[in-house]
Design a protein around this ligand. Structure first.
Ligand code: SF4
Ligand code: ZN
Length: 266
């Protein structure tokens, strides 16, 4: 069932089996499921993993990603965050601790920056991530509650190229619930990291998740459709992409988010 749904989405967003697709593997179950299904469906996939340097947790993630790629017989590119950005994630957390910004947001900004840059250097056609339906519904609502609907410009199973330096991102699990993923992982004995990241800071998301728990699957599917309609209207107001004056990577502002985090005074 889940394989059929993914197949349908990939067909709908016209992913070609000859294209080079990099799967952003975190060590978690969601991205592992994307790799497993896309491989099974015959797509040309490779893995990419960013080693975050978060102690034992990151070591475990790397171990699991290597195991998964070995099982699937796919190539995996590993990058070290400190080598790529000049400092460790823990130092970035410390440097930005006084700002009202969570560790997961900081972490996400760096991961996104490295992923896009490396995918471009590796001449990948697309990056696939493990975002699923429940993640997406929560993020959509969080952005609205924060008064930033324009941040929902990533909403949908494909994020089209808005700039030549940006690699197209796809979310093959966009219509799949977390429950379906959990069942699939169990059934197929897919390796993933069960431990929770010790730096996780997602209190706001946890509260939003509770709101969605009250709704049935059918209601959530309808919400997805409604949000997609709403997104078409928001899309018209999305800002133009510039290049960061420091690193040259695509950015909505003069300086990209990653460079602003690096230049923060302690
Ligand atoms: Fe980064 Fe948060 Fe994920 Fe930990 S839980 S790896 S801090 S995004
Ligand atoms: Zn920058």
């Amino acid at each position: 069932m889940i394989e059929e749904k993914v197949k349908k989405v990939l067909k709908k967003i016209r992913v070609n089996k000859k294209e080079k697709i990099l799967i952003a593997l975190s060590g978690g179950k969601d991205s592992a499921v994307v790799a497993q299904i896309m491989k099974k469906l015959g797509y040309n996939i490779q893995g990419i993993h960013i080693s975050l340097g978060l102690g034992k947790y990151s070591e475990k993630c790397l171990e699991v990603v290597e195991k998964l790629c070995g099982n699937l017989e796919i190539k995996c590119y590993i990058y070290d965050l400190k080598k790529e950005t000049g400092n460790s994630m823990i130092n970035y957390f410390r440097k930005n601790a006084c700002k009202n910004i969570s560790t997961c947001t900081i972490c996400g900004i760096f991961k996104k920056w490295i992923l896009n840059k490396k995918a471009r250097e590796l001449k990948a056609n697309k990056i696939a991530t493990g975002h699923h339906r429940d993640d997406e519904l929560q993020t959509f609502l969080m952005n609205i509650f924060k008064g930033s609907p324009q941040l929902n410009s990533n909403f949908g199973p494909i994020l089209e190229n808005k700039d030549k330096k940006l690699i197209v991102k796809i979310k093959p699990l966009f219509f799949i619930s977390e429950k379906e993923i959990e069942n699939y992982v169990k059934k197929n004995k897919i390796p993933f990291v069960k431990e929770i990241c010790p730096y996780r800071q997602e209190t706001y998301r946890v509260e939003i998740r509770k709101i969605f728990e009250k709704f049935s699957d059918k209601e959530k599917e309808n919400m997805m459709k409604n949000f997609l309609e709403l997104f078409k209207k928001i899309k018209k107001d999305i800002q133009k992409i510039n290049y960061c004056e420091i690193c040259g990577e695509p950015s909505r502002n003069r300086i990209c988010k990653k460079c602003s985090l690096i230049s923060s005074k302690k």
